[in-house]
Design a binder for this molecule. Structure first.
Ligand code: HSE
Length: 397
């Protein structure tokens, strides 16, 4: 079977490496050899083994009937969407690692694949190399998933881990992460939570079978977490982690991306460095955790190749996947109950006047106190906190 790779950057070149390094074992698992027939890229790659495979027009791939499977590792919504749609309409299976494309056009491309009796798979779009999408769709298909919460961004988890270990400031760790190649030159999508927002939108769409718009998910990043916040976290025995979380409420879900203070008992407390983990609570399963390498060339390519093999095994068959285009309206996140940690310049008596009995944390920063509230709704917290001079609020789990 012939495979084309569109976009030969970090992930696309990783897919080539996985397919060539593990060629024999993959051939055994598919039942025939997989051959990379095309690489779509604007660059030429002179002297590289794949030099002769390079084309710069996606129509060459779309119009070649010998190509069965196409990999999309270009990133971004356009032109990836146009190219992927054309491949599906030409009867080719497509797998992608592109979370922006899946979050925005997932329902559309799944329908296009079904209409053309091919498949559109996207295991690598969430959690990199961690199997999470097929486990949800297949192994856990007998469950109602009541919660899915994860550390789904390696860059921010690395930064939070280093800030916790070294007591350093956000800007310094970000710079170091960029020098090590862990963070992008433009890190906005990671540090402001936009990458995690798309990933939790995809996971929520899959567990409810409808389109969840990522823009409906309230999102905060980690760029305003400081070394003082980390000191407070340590004083109350917690770690700060960027979580992407979605919980069933009534017949819908409530979702959020934000930094959370996690207790040591929380399953995501000890997920460190660039690792990702996704916690799932099913009404029959109870708790489950998926942990591993959530980013990087070969881990992500490993998941893409898993999709290639799956599609090669279902060459003449559409694997049913429920993701209807009708929008799922999410619940208002202000109804969610949690405890809240806050730093304030107001007095302890003013804090108690507003919140009643709280747990105070003192002596971390001159001229302020920290406190942890009882469990209440976010709307309740906001109305009580309005009477105080709040420096920072972080949700507690
Ligand atoms: N920038 C992403 C991360 C890559 O840091 O997790 C994987 O989607």
């Amino acid at each position: 079977m012939k495979v084309a790779i569109m976009g030969f950057g970090t992930i696309g070149s990783g897919v080539y490496k996985v397919l060539t390094t593990n060629e024999d074992v993959i051939a055994k698992r598919v039942g025939e050899k997989l051959e990379v027939a095309y690489v779509l890229d604007r660059r030429q790659f002179p002297g590289e083994p794949w030099e002769q495979l390079v084309v710069d027009d996606y129509n060459i791939i779309a119009n070649d009937p010998s190509v069965d499977i196409v990999v999309e590792t270009m990133g971004g919504v356009e032109p990836a969407y146009t190219f992927v749609k054309a491949m599906l309409e030409h009867g080719k299976h497509v797998t992608t690692s592109n979370k922006a494309l899946v979050a925005d056009k997932g329902a559309d491309l799944i329908k296009t694949a079904r209409d053309n009796n091919v498949n559109f798979l996207f295991e690598a779009s969430v959690g990199g190399g961690i199997p999470i999408i097929r486990p949800i769709l297949e192994c856990l298909t007998g469950d109602v998933i009541e919660e899915i919460s994860g550390i789904v961004n390696g860059t921010t988890n690395y930064i939070m881990t280093k800030m916790t270990e070294d007591g350093s400031e956000f800007e310094d760790v970000l710079k170091e992460a960029q020098e090590l190649g862990y963070a992008e030159k433009d890190p906005t999508a990671d540090i402001e939570g936009h990458d995690a927002q798309r990933k939790i939108a995809i996971l929520t769409s899959l567990i409810c079978g409808q389109q969840v718009e990522y823009t409906d998910i309230p999102t905060e990043g980690i760029s305003n977490i400081s070394s003082n916040d980390i000191k407070y976290a340590k004083a109350i025995g917690r770690n700060i982690k960027l979580l992407a979380t979605s919980t069933a409420t009534g017949d819908t879900y409530v979702a959020r991306v934000a930094p959370y203070l996690l207790a040591p008992e929380h399953p995501l407390f000890a997920v460190n460095d660039v690792f990702n983990a996704i916690f799932v609570h099913g009404n029959m399963l109870g708790d489950g955790m998926f942990y591993g390498s959530g980013a990087g060339s070969l881990p992500t390519a490993s998941a893409v190749v898993g999709d290639i093999v799956e599609m090669a095994r279902h060459k003449d068959e559409n694997i049913f996947l429920e993701w209807k285009p009708e929008k799922k309206v999410l619940a208002d996140a202000s109804v969610v109950e949690s405890a809240f940690f806050a730093r304030t310049k107001s007095s302890k008596s003013d804090v108690e006047g507003a919140f009643g009995k709280v747990e105070f944390v003192e002596g971390i920063v001159d001229g302020e106190v920290g406190f942890v509230t009882d469990v209440m709704t976010e709307a309740d917290y906001e109305s009580k906190a309005a009477a105080l001079d709040i420096v920072k609020m972080i949700r507690v789990r």
